[in-house]
Design a protein. Structure first.
Length: 230
């Protein structure tokens, strides 16, 4: 399979690429802003072929600076995992217009732009997996300071449902995983001292398996992946 993973320089994204490179014979294209971290992943490329690009998903120049690189290396895409995300935790009264724009641009708009611009290059029966959050899952527990983050992830869920419907004729499946607490750098920054019940490498393995197999059973679904209730 030809697999694209965004947000690959840390946390779940890093662990996903690491596992894909060491345990599969796929072609993997990793995206993140941190070139050094992307280069570090090269050492795990035992079976897979590894491609990477340091790219800021907040950029507007996908057509010129991103898509041609992916197409040149992969040709066609079988799996896209929109994992890149931004978390800003502030009380509502302290949130700025820029916070709003940055959160929605990274957590929602970047996935939209990447899917839209890659549309001509997906193979039939391709699978797009959008990494959402339990914070954006309706009816789940909510936390102070997370309003805009949760709203942007909720929007990603609705976008997933709409994409799945619209891309049926192209035989492209789209699902979202609403991830609960996972021990990552992002979580530690937002909730200092909190210890999540799931490690990044364990969640990475789950997502990889779902990305390769889940679309045979599901389409247009927002699936909570959490040990918490609700």
């Amino acid at each position: 399979m030809n697999i694209v993973v965004t947000g690959a320089s840390q946390g779940i994204g890093y662990e996903m690429v690491k596992e894909l490179l060491s345990e599969t014979d796929h072609e993997v294209f990793a995206l993140a802003r941190n070139k050094e971290k992307l280069e570090m992943l090269q050492k795990y490329a035992r079976k897979a072929t590894y491609h990477y690009l340091a790219f800021d998903l907040l950029s507007e120049n996908y057509h010129e600076d991103l898509i041609p690189h992916i197409v040149k290396k992969l040709g066609k895409v079988d799996v896209l995992i929109n994992n890149a995300g931004l978390l800003i935790s502030k009380p509502l009264k302290d949130l700025t217009n820029k916070d709003f724009d940055d959160l929605f641009s990274m957590n929602t708009k970047s996935a939209f732009k990447l899917v839209r611009d890659l549309l001509p290059f997906f193979n039939p029966n391709a699978h797009i997996v959008n990494i959402s959050s339990m914070g954006g899952f309706q009816g789940s527990a909510k936390f102070p300071g997370m309003s805009l983050y949760s709203a942007s992830k909720g929007a990603l869920g609705i976008l997933t449902e709409c994409m799945a419907e619209e891309l049926k004729e192209q035989q492209i499946k789209v699902n979202a995983l609403a991830i609960g607490a996972v021990q990552t750098e992002m979580l530690s920054k937002a909730f200092p001292g909190y210890k999540a019940p799931v490690k990044a490498e364990k969640m990475a393995g789950f997502i990889i398996n779902f990305a390769q197999e889940g679309h045979h059973f599901l389409n247009g679904k927002i699936i909570p992946v959490s040990l918490s209730t609700p």
